[in-house]
Structures are given as structure tokens and as C-alpha cells.
Write a protein that binds this ligand. Structure first.
Ligand code: NAI
Length: 677
């Protein structure tokens, strides 16, 4: 008998098969909740009911597009409770992923049978929430407090096999539907409902020590701690604790953190489909050539190999080729050590890789990307060589950070195939890929860039051409305002502390010390001739470079470092230099609070992002936010600078930016998008 278009019920003798079919992931949308609720009524005459899903997965979560609106009946906790209370016991028959509401439903069933490798999780924490349909109350009762903390507070997915060992799954079977038939033939006595069980004894300090660990790891994010608090209620009766969980879940849907994380979730999906390539079919890339096997080239080659491509790496001479070969092998072996790749996969990937010193060997590449020195004439020579050897329509890509791709490709035949693919270091780890199009690049080449990014499991963002593209241009603005703060009264450790307190993994000065001060110095020198003479230019960073204080590698930078220790130590020499600088500029130094520092820097980031959108470099705010989150460590739970600016109010951001601009006249242009809002 059919129930609703999303949930159907069919009888096989006295067994009722309830099937959810709501592609792509059988989310618990209103129709599914209603269908399940009706199904419980329908199966009343059966001996047992089996709940399974059509398609590639069991119910893998809620429908997040419903989260901004008030909840609609029937509510998930009521449906879950109805399944648990049903006189006809339910068996969850699962495959694919059993996530969020799906897992909450499965825990309300009397038995759980799963295919090998089925993933179980309560990943609500990833979108700033706690489960809202009994997940935090049933999970510790089912598998114990420690495993419930591991899963709920970090969103960890656990495989059916591991969960079975903890008693969370009754049977793991190659063909779960066939296993269900055997199971119902000898149906055991119905176990006590999970909600009525008590949580197994756990160490008395488990919650307190977990809280300390989570506080440290969360860097200001609240939802991991919210999940822990909800888990702690599971020692109370279910009937009093579950309504508290539900109320908190609903309140958290309105929180800035959850809104930010949901924004990031949707933005990640949307940026991969920029308007420029709507309805453009990508080409297929299987073989690539990478020119230059240094830090970036080796990382790009590794990412491509892990993504399943064949890679030919071209270096300057046999020795450099050999060094690049070792570098890539080392990176792949690192992936094996981290459990990301098996030994067999390593052998397969090494067979798809060669490092050579001749362009002729790249003749069959579908795409060639250069990662040679950041020098215009070297890059131009590389492309001239490539153009001589590879097919006329093979894509030519540059990984340049700052040079203008139009100049790099000058003189190359068929420029519609030329593109920038800007990876971030380390390229096999960092998620961001800026796809830079020139006015000549054809949309299908851009689409192919996105499809390549997808194969390499990157978050790809389209960028037009400007100095530093989206990310490094914003970084330059960030650093500029940080330097103004130093000149006006702050010290490096204060700026770093303020940005860490905001949620950045590191402050700008400790980060510069980690990555080295030289590249930015070279850029400032390169831009000196074209810099607006009215712009305020703080020379402190240049002075440090002149003193060969290049950061951790030289033992000194914005901080000093003790031998063999990466811990930054405040350096009175640097602080005196900063104060002398302010004095020489006739600046009366003043105190800045942490909040003042971070709100100024965030205003500058949002303003630069807004200018980048106004100039058409980025298509929208989502693109800017994704660049910041996936390339620059911007806290995901803040949603990126554009989302954050909307969250605190565009008018407040604009007011902060106007203050910043007023205090450094001639240095900042305030974006219309801020002013006109
Ligand atoms: P690197 O100095 O580590 O590597 C450059 C490699 O290119 C060297 O192995 C060198 O032997 C090779 N090479 C130079 N000329 C060559 C030629 N004519 N033919 C073949 N190989 C040649 O430099 P890195 O850091 O890997 O940077 C490479 C490019 O990537 C630069 O354009 C840089 O701006 C860009 N980039 C760098 C990032 C970073 O964090 N280092 C991040 C993103 C982009």
C-alpha cells in the first residue's frame, strides 16, 4: 500500500517494508516525516516492520533549507518517538550513510542491521547545532558516553563494524535485506527501548576533561560544547532531558554560529557553479604536465596523482628532476603514513608518475601547469616551450601568485586555452584553488578547470585578474591595517592575540614569521613604483627584512625564537623599533583593545572583499568567503568576512571602515556596497 510519494509501505506476508525515497540523500524533509508518521499507523497489523531507503544511502540528514523557517509538523522528535513506541517493532535496514535525523530514527528502531562500511554519525556540530530528536540522549545510552562524545562533539563518522563492537548495530551483513529476512524468521525478543535504558557507568571526570579538550580545540566555537552539555543531560530521565535537547536545538538554529556554518555549507556547493560557466560542458583531464618540481610543483603533482591523474613533471635538468621525483614520492608516502592511501594505491600512483627534464615527454598532456620561479621571463619561456610541444588545444595554466597571467601568456598561440590555477601551499593539503580567467580564456576551459579542481577535491573559486587575485589581495589589505595598528600603538603580540581570540588559527605576525617575510618584501618592492603616493606606507616590516629578520627560519622576525623551539617570544628590539618608528612619524601611540583590533581588521577584510566584488574580480560574497575559509584559515564558524560583516550589520562594518579610513587618510577606498547599505 502506498503512503506518500516519499515513503511507501509494502507487505511481504506479515512483514511490512517501509521504504523512504527522497533523493539525493533521503533527507527528513516535511514529506518524509509525514510519510514515516503515517507508516507507523499503517503497519499496525504486521508482525514486524523494516525501515530502509531507496538509492545510494539511508537517511543522511535533515533538510537544511528548512532550517531558516519555523519548524513544520510533524516534528522529527515526535516521529522518532512514535517509531520507538510503535507496538510493531521496527528494524532499521541500512546502507550508505546514517546521519543526523537518520541515525536518530535508527536508534528508535528495535534492531539495527547494516551493510559493511555504512557510516553512522551525528554531524549537527558541523552546522553549529546539536541533534534535536533525541540523538544526544539515545546515543550515550546505546554506545556509552565516551563514544557518544567522540561522535557528537566532533561530528565523527563511525563505520558499522566499529559501532557493532560497541553494541550500536546488531548485525553487519553483506546483503542487509537478505539478512533481515533471516532475522525476522527467528525474531528475538524485543529489547528494551534505547530511551528507557540507562547510560553505562563512565569515569566521573570524563565530562570535565572532555570539556577542557574541546574548549582548547574549538577556538571560540560553541557547538562542540553545546553537544557535550546536551550529552551530560542523558543521565537524567529521557522524558525530562529530551525536551531540553529539542529546545536547545531550535534555539541554536537561530545562532550566528549555525547561520555561518550553514552559509559555508551552501557556499561551498555554490562557488563550484559560477555564472560564467552555467551550462558549459567541461572537457576531461586525465594526463597533466607540471613544470617545476619545487614546493608547489611537487604538491600539485601529488594532489593530481591522488586525484587519479597521470603526471609528467618537467624540471630544469636531470638532478632537479631526480630531486622532484623524491619530493613527490615523499609526499605520497606521507599520505600512506596518514592512512589516506594503501601501499597498493601508492604503487599504482607511482606508476602514473615520472619526473623528466624534457618537454617532449609532455606532448600528450591534456593540461600543463607551471610552478617555476616567480619571474615573468622564466614563465614566458616555459610557456613558449610548452606551446611548441603540446597539442594546440591542450590547456596551459600558471600557478603564479602575483604576476599578471595576461603578460605571462603574451605571444602564446590560442590564448582561449590559457588560465590561472592558483594552488595554496601545501598544494596536496590545502583545499582552495583559485581559478583565474583572463579576458581571453574560453568558458569551457574555465569549466574544465573547475572539473579538474573537483577531481583534486578542491574548493575552486573563480577569480578575475588583480594584484594577488582574491586571496592575496585581501591578505595584503589585512597586513596593511595590522601595520597601521602597530604604527599607531599596538604591538605584534597584541594584534596576534586579538585575531586568535576572534578565531583565527594564528595572528598575522606569528604567521609571517612561520612562512617567512621575504616574499611579501619582494612584492612591496615590486609595487613600490606604482603605489599611490598618498597611501600611508609603514616601513617596519621592511626594516625587519633589512636586518635579515626573516622569521622562524632565521631565528628572528616579528618575534625571537629559541634554538629548536617554534614558540614566538616577544622581542624588545622589535618593540623598541616600532616605538621609534611611531616617534619619528610624530604619532602619539595609544592603546587598542582586542575587540577594537579585530573589528578594524575585519572591517578592512569585508571592505576589500566588497571592492573585489564591485570590480567583478569575484562573482559574489560566497566566493570571497570560501577563499578566506579554505585558503587563509578564517574560522568556518564565522562564515567568512562577508558573512560576518552581514551578521554584525553592514552599517556597523561601514562605520568601522570609515573610522579606519579617516585615521589613515588617502589609504583606503570605502566600498559602495558598504556605504549604500
Ligand atoms: P620553488 O623555488 O620551490 O620551486 C620552483 C621550481 O621550479 C624549482 O624546483 C626549479 O628548479 C624549477 N624551475 C625553475 N625554472 C624552471 C624551468 N625553466 N623549467 C623547469 N623547472 C624550472 O618555488 P615555489 O614556492 O614552488 O613557487 C613556484 C610558483 O608557485 C611561483 O610562481 C609562486 O609564486 C607560486 N606559488 C607559490 C606559493 C608558495 O606558498 N610558495 C603559493 C602559491 C603559488
Amino acid at each position: 500500500m502506498s503512503q506518500s510519494s516519499l515513503v511507501s509501505v509494502e507487505y511481504m506476508g506479515d512483514v511490512a517494508w517501509v521504504t523512504v525515497e527522497n533523493p539525493p540523500v533521503n533527507a527528513t524533509s516535511t514529506g518524509v516525516r509525514q510519510g514515516l508518521s503515517d507508516a507507523v499507523d499503517t503497519v499496525k497489523d504486521a508482525r514486524v516492520a523494516v525501515l530502509s531507503c531507496a538509492g545510494r544511502t539511508f537517511i543522511a540528514g535533515g533538510d537544511m533549507s528548512e532550517f531558516d523557517a519555523p519548524p513544520v509538523e510533524p516534528h522529527l522528535p515526535d516521529v522518532v518517538q512514535k517509531i520507538e513506541d510503535s507496538e510493531v517493532p521496527f528494524i532499521a535496514c541500512m546502507h550508505g550513510n546514517v546521519l543526523g535525523g537518520g541515525f536518530e530514527i535508527a536508534m528508535a528502531c528495535a534492531w539495527r542491521i547494516a551493510a559493511p562500511g555504512t557510516g553512522f554519525g551525528l554531524p549537527e556540530v558541523n552546522v553549529g547545532l546539536i541533534p534535536g530528536a533525541g540523538g544526544t540522549q539515545r546515543l550515550p545510552r546505546l554506545v556509552g558516553m565516551q563514544a557518544a562524545i567522540d561522535m557528537t562533539c566532533s561530528g565523527k563518522i563511525m563505520k558499522a563494524e566499529a559501532l557493532a563492537e560497541l553494541g550500536g548495530v546488531d548485525l553487519v551483513a553483506e546483503d542487509p535485506k537478505a539478512a533481515v529476512l533471516d532475522f525476522v524468521a527467528k525474531l528475538p525478543n524485543r529489547p528494551q527501548s534505547v530511551s528507557q535504558r540507562s547510560v553505562a557507568a563512565f569515569a566521573p571526570d570524563l565530562l570535565a576533561t572532555s570539556r577542557q579538550v574541546l574548549e582548547k580545540r574549538a577556538k571560540g566555537q560553541q557547538s562542540p560544547l553545546e553537544n557535550l552539555t546536551a550529552l551530560s543531560w542523558s543521565v537524567e530521565p529521557f522524558s525530562t532531558a529530551q525536551p531540553k535537547e529539542r529546545a536547545r536545538h531550535l534555539a541554536l538554529r537561530q545562532s550566528a554560529e549555525s547561520r555561518a556554518l550553514r552559509h559555508a555549507f551552501f557556499a561551498e556547493r555554490n562557488v563550484s557553479k559560477p555564472n560564467l560557466i552555467k551550462s558549459v560542458a567541461p572537457g576531461d583531464i586525465n594526463r597533466i604536465a607540471v613544470v617545476g618540481g619545487g614546493l608547489m610543483g611537487a604538491g600539485i603533482a601529488t594532489a593530481a596523482l591522488i586525484g587519479g591523474l597521470s603526471v609528467t613533471l618537467i624540471e630544469r635538468d636531470p638532478d632537479a628532476a631526480k630531486a622532484a621525483q623524491y619530493r613527490v614520492e615523499g609526499l605520497l608516502q606521507g599520505a600512506v603514513k596518514r592512512g589516506k592511501m594503501s601501499e597498493a594505491q601508492l604503487r599504482d600512483r607511482l606508476a602514473a608518475f615520472r619526473a623528466v627534464d624534457s618537454y617532449a615527454e609532455a606532448a600528450d598532456a591534456d593540461l600543463a601547469i607551471e610552478a617555476v620561479f616567480e619571474d615573468l621571463s622564466v614563465k614566458q619561456q616555459v610557456f613558449a616551450e610548452l606551446a611548441r610541444h603540446i597539442e594546440r588545444d591542450a590547456i596551459l595554466a600558471t600557478n603564479t601568485s602575483y604576476l599578471n597571467p595576461i603578460e605571462i601568456f603574451d605571444g602564446i598561440e590560442n590564448q582561449s586555452r590559457c588560465i590561472g590555477l592558483h594552488f595554496f601551499s601545501p598544494a596536496h593539503v590545502m583545499k582552495l584553488l583559485e581559478i583565474v580567467h583572463t579576458p581571453q580564456t574560453s568558458p569551457d576551459v574555465v569549466a574544465t578547470g573547475f572539473s579538474l579542481g573537483n577531481k583534486l577535491r578542491k574548493v575552486s573559486v573563480l577569480s578575475g585578474i588583480c594584484d594577488g587575485f582574491i586571496g592575496n589581495r585581501m591578505l595584503a589589505a589585512y597586513r596593511r591595517e595590522a601595520d597601521y595598528l602597530l604604527a599607531d600603538g599596538a604591538l605584534p603580540y597584541q594584534v596576534d592575540q586579538a585575531m586568535r581570540a576572534f578565531g583565527m588559527p594564528m595572528g598575522p605576525y606569528e604567521l609571517q614569521d612561520l612562512t617567512g617575510l621575504q616574499i611579501a618584501w619582494a612584492n612591496r618592492k615590486r609595487n613600490a613604483a606604482t603605489r599611490d603616493p598618498n597611501e600611508r606606507y609603514v616601513t617596519i616590516a621592511d626594516q625587519l627584512c633589512e636586518m635579515e629578520r626573516f622569521g622562524q627560519r632565521t631565528g628572528k622576525g616579528w618575534y625571537r625564537y629559541e634554538e629548536g623551539n617554534r614558540e614566538p617570544i616577544r622581542d624588545s628590539e622589535v618593540e623598541a623599533l616600532i616605538e621609534t618608528y611611531s616617534g619619528a612619524q610624530d604619532i602619539t601611540r595609544r592603546d587598542f583593545s582586542k575587540e577594537e583590533i579585530s573589528s578594524r581588521i575585519l572591517a578592512v577584510l569585508a571592505n576589500e572583499g566588497a571592492l573585489i566584488i564591485e570590480e567583478g574580480i569575484a562573482e559574489n560574497a560566497e566566493a570571497v568567503d570560501m577563499v578566506q575559509i579554505h585558503g587563509y584559515g578564517f574560522p568556518r564558524w564565522r562564515g567568512g568576512p562577508m558573512n560576518y560583516c552581514k551578521e554584525i550589520g553592514i552599517s556597523e562594518t561601514c562605520a568601522n571602515m570609515l573610522t579606519v579610513a579617516e585615521e589613515s587618510p588617502g589609504s583606503w577606498c570605502v566600498a559602495d556596497r558598504l556605504k549604500n547599505n
